[in-house]
Design a protein around this ligand. Structure first.
Ligand SMILES: Nc1ncnc2c1ncn2[C@@H]1O[C@H](COP(=O)(O)OP(=O)(O)O)[C@@H](O)[C@H]1O
Ligand SMILES: N[C@@H](CCOP(=O)(O)O)C(=O)O
Length: 360
């Protein structure tokens, strides 16, 4: 049997909440809002009129004209796919590829929209390139050359509640993972015929371990109506930390995976385990009301609540709870309202990792 002329499939990638308090750049939780790439490849066409043989369409968050580029050499998802393809000497998409992006993940809110875009894009490169030998752990290497911190991409790729870590690399590989992003993922991605191979990821940059999650625990995401770019939220962090703050986080990160896996959940333990001194206090300069919300929302004052933290780099607040979800969300929304910030909220559950669903 020859290659079918029409092929279609969907790539489904969850959003994520990274850090969960003390786990800065380590812990991630995949949650039930899914980015979908609906892909068709029409091999019957002799050539394509689209750049890089790829037509990109978009619906969902940030669908105002110009917000998400539809040129495949500029769009984050197709650039991530091209990175994988070009590392395997494929310069462009197969003729003719259509990628429809359906994205309900709010942009720049700390729910891992860019992590999901990178994971889905890397998976897209694997599938359109027929690169079946790339397993998830190798795809993680590609993601890490782009996203650089493993927590949100780890959750989006593998699903569930994960701890992620980087192993020491050989000196020549260390240099490779420090190659500027502009060389790994140039924007625009360049024409089809430069022939240049991008820097390939070393093997085994990142790893993950799955933690248990108690079935009673749900995630309430309170999403303010403004964006904080993750890059900007990383710039406000100090280069050096007081030792007592580092110890504070280490004590809590040792508790967190155990506390969130225990059924029934222990609210006091979880509340303690979700505290942080490494990123939240610095990011409050970008997120008015953050510190007061984190300090004032406790299981003692709020029935059903287990703990509250900044989701990823913010500004979304993540409240873990077993009941009274709306009341918890409304209280946080009321606090943001004092700062003239409107919010929406979603009740979410842990999600599976990235899946490819063949549709034809
Ligand atoms: N589905 C998508 N398609 C293309 N680009 C995306 C998509 N999702 C996110 N991005 C890019 O990632 C940016 C947001 O990334 P970032 O600042 O890290 O915030 P977040 O916390 O949402 O990951 C968006 O402004 C956009 O440039
Ligand atoms: N550990 C990172 C996580 C960023 O996640 P995002 O969802 O905001 O992209 C950080 O805190 O900077």
């Amino acid at each position: 049997m020859g290659t079918p002329t029409m092929e279609s499939f969907t790539i489904r990638t969850p959003c994520s909440s990274a850090n969960i308090g003390p786990g800065f750049d380590v812990i991630g939780l995949a949650l039930s809002v899914y980015l979908e790439l609906r892909v068709t490849i029409d091999r019957s066409k002799p050539s394509s009129e689209h750049p890089l043989n790829c037509r990109v369409t978009y619906e969902g968050e940030g669908d105002e004209p110009g917000e998400i580029p539809l040129d495949p050499s500029e769009n984050l998802i197709t650039r991530a796919a091209l990175y994988v393809l070009r590392c395997h000497d494929q310069r462009a998409f197969p003729v003719e590829t259509h990628v429809h992006i359906a994205n309900p993940i709010p942009l720049g809110r700390g729910l891992g929209s860019s992590g999901a875009a990178v994971v889905a894009g890397v998976m897209l490169g694997k599938v359109v390139g027929g690169l079946d030998h790339l397993d998830d752990s190798r795809l993680f290497d590609f993601c890490l050359m782009i996203e650089r911190h493993p927590d949100n991409v780890g959750a989006a790729l593998f699903g569930g509640f994960v701890g992620t870590y980087l192993k020491p690399l050989a000196p020549e590989d260390v240099a490779r993972v420090e190659i500027p992003l502009s060389e790994v993922l140039p924007s625009p991605a360049g024409g089809v015929d430069t022939g240049e191979r991008p820097p390939e990821p070393p093997f085994g940059i990142g790893h993950h371990i799955k933690f248990p999650w108690a079935k009673e625990i749900k995630a309430v995401a309170i999403i303010p109506n403004f964006e904080v770019a993750t890059a900007k939220a990383r710039e406000v962090l100090p280069r050096l930390y007081p030792i007592q703050d580092v110890v504070f986080n280490m004590q809590r990160i040792a508790l967190l995976p155990v506390a969130l896996g225990q059924s029934p959940p222990d609210p006091e333990l979880i509340n303690l385990a979700m505290q942080d001194k490494l990123h939240q206090q610095y990011r409050q300069t970008l997120i008015p009301g953050l510190q007061e919300i984190v300090d004032s929302m406790t299981p003692a004052t709020q029935k059903g609540l287990l703990g509250v933290c900044l989701s990823g780099a913010g500004p979304t607040i993540l409240a873990l709870a077993t009941s009274n979800f709306e009341e918890i969300a409304e209280r946080i929304i009321a606090r943001f309202r004092k700062e003239n910030i409107d919010c929406r909220w979603k009740l979410l559950e842990p999600a599976e990792g990235t899946k490819v669903i063949k549709t034809q």
